[in-house]
Design a protein around this ligand. Structure first.
Ligand code: CLF
Ligand code: SF4
Length: 291
């Protein structure tokens, strides 16, 4: 593990764990994820969403929350979790595939304007929804961009839903990449701080990470987080990238962007300092267990 010695974002260092680049800054503040987004509008080959209490990975939550319930969870979390500064929505589906996330952010922002609001999306709906995110108080944005070449992307996200139709293959991936880059540019224009998550997938995009970083940096992203694949679903036959492969991919990305190295591949209902404290069970208690 290597963290850069300089804060990439002085205003967020020690305040937002996923936009802090020093070990001290990363360990200071807590984030709360609200699992309010049920559906997804694209189909990543590695994604297996599930509801359970044990798996530590993205796409998993104990249960969904309704936007109204989410406010009560934030109230409880602010009493329970020391130095809770960031409230994020990262699933279990895509936060922009339904209105639940933006509705939730608007309620939280009205009540606690001092909280930093953070969202993680696949970017398909970003051009259409970024103004709403901004109006709801969201200031930090993560877009998952796994390829900027439609042919490479077709093996990673082979189909998606766009304007009530299904798109497959290159028609799908050209649309996705165009929307991601357009959405990043619009978000940058609104002053959001933008990080890119890129899932490093051996044999599919491992030689393509520098190209991803170059394109998203040109669009306005400020940092990249190269996340090792968790082999699941249609990519269960692949393996996690090795240490050397991860190092090479991060070095290729670092030519264009700051690199975030502390990612914990969080659940959609994670609560606490990533990798250090976990309040999810205390927070939900017996009244909010999986249905
Ligand atoms: Fe959550 Fe993501 Fe915001 Fe952080 S997580 S929505 S940017 S507040 Fe962070 Fe977790 Fe890695 Fe995500 S460690 S999986 S990068
Ligand atoms: Fe799963 Fe996220 Fe891909 Fe949707 S965008 S299929 S939730 S990994």
């Amino acid at each position: 593990r290597q963290a850069s010695m300089q804060p990439a974002f002085p205003d967020l260092e020690g305040h937002h764990p996923c936009f802090s680049t020093t070990a001290e800054g990363h360990a200071k503040a807590a984030r709360l994820h609200l699992p309010v987004s049920p559906a997804c509008n694209i189909a990543c080959a590695f994604c297996r969403r599930d509801f359970n209490r044990v798996e530590q990975r993205p796409g998993v939550a104990a249960r969904l929350l309704k936007p109204g319930e989410a406010v009560a969870v934030v109230e409880r979390a602010l009493r329970l979790i020391p130095n809770l500064t960031v409230v994020g929505i990262a699933g279990p589906g895509d936060p922009l595939a339904s209105d639940h996330a933006i509705d939730t952010f608007a309620r939280i922002h009205a009540r606690w304007p001092e909280l930093t609001l953070c969202v993680s999306t696949n970017g398909l709906m970003l051009p259409a929804r970024v103004d709403d995110l901004h109006a709801a108080g969201v200031t930090t944005l993560t877009v998952t961009v796994n390829a900027v070449d439609p042919a490479i992307q077709a093996a990673i996200t082979p189909k998606l839903a766009w304007q009530r139709k299904r798109l497959d293959g290159l028609a799908a991936t050209e649309r996705l990449i165009a929307n991601q880059l357009d959405g990043i540019a619009r978000a940058a224009g609104l002053g959001l701080t933008i990080k890119i998550n890129t899932v490093l997938i051996p044999t599919l995009n491992d030689h393509h990470i520098g190209a991803v970083a170059e394109r998203v940096a040109a669009a306005g992203a400020r940092m990249i987080n190269v996340i090792p694949l968790i082999p699941e679903h249609q990519l269960a036959h692949l393996r996690e990238p090795t240490f050397i492969e991860r190092h090479k991919a991060r070095a290729a990305a670092a030519r264009h962007l700051k690199v975030f190295t502390h990612c914990q591949r969080c659940r959609a209902d994670a609560a606490g300092v990533p990798g250090l404290t976990d309040y999810t069970r205390d927070l939900y208690g017996d009244d909010l267990v999986a249905e």
